[in-house]
Design a binder for this molecule. Sequence first.
Ligand code: HEC
Length: 157
Amino acid sequence: MKSAVLLLIVITQISFGHEGTVHGHKPKSPAQEKIPEDVLKAINDSYIKDVKPIFQKSCFNCHSSNTTYPWYSSLPLAKQLIKSDLTEAKEHLDMSHDFPFEGHGNPKEDLEAIGKSVKEGSMPPLRYRVMHPGSALSETDRSTVQTWIFQSLEKLK
Ligand code: HEC
């Protein structure tokens, strides 16, 4: 019993607990409309080929409608925390329908934000990596994603 309580505390603290950052919600910039369709398509083609399998493994559980709930989601409290985490993750960045992603950023902002998170190693969040061994990005994953981001930002120029 004592260990069950302890486990619950650990889970709520590290697995899906919110880290308490404050985010600004700015409207989508109108610059998005000016990007030619064929540029977006070229970026999406290489996304699907090289990057999507990586994101499927490490990001989709929170940043898409394609969620596989972990075993601990049935625990009271954990469930609520996971739910609000998922809502927030998708509000920022929803990868459900490939590139361009949905969420509050335009394509350039999304690419830059992903590049930053990969560089800093902030995604998936530590609390999630602890509970999901194998979800962290490998060195190869990171360089594949960064190459895609670099080439895509060039295409958007
Ligand atoms: C445990 C669920 C979870 C997983 C898995 C996860 N994220 Fe996130 N992500 C979040 C949450 C919650 C936020 C919003 C709060 C924050 O920024 O911490 C977020 C925010 C972000 C942002 C910031 C978006 C913005 O508008 O600034 C980026 C970029 C991002 N995630 C990329 C990724 C990538 C890439 C992966 C996979 C390698 C990933 N995330 C995996 C939960 C997750």
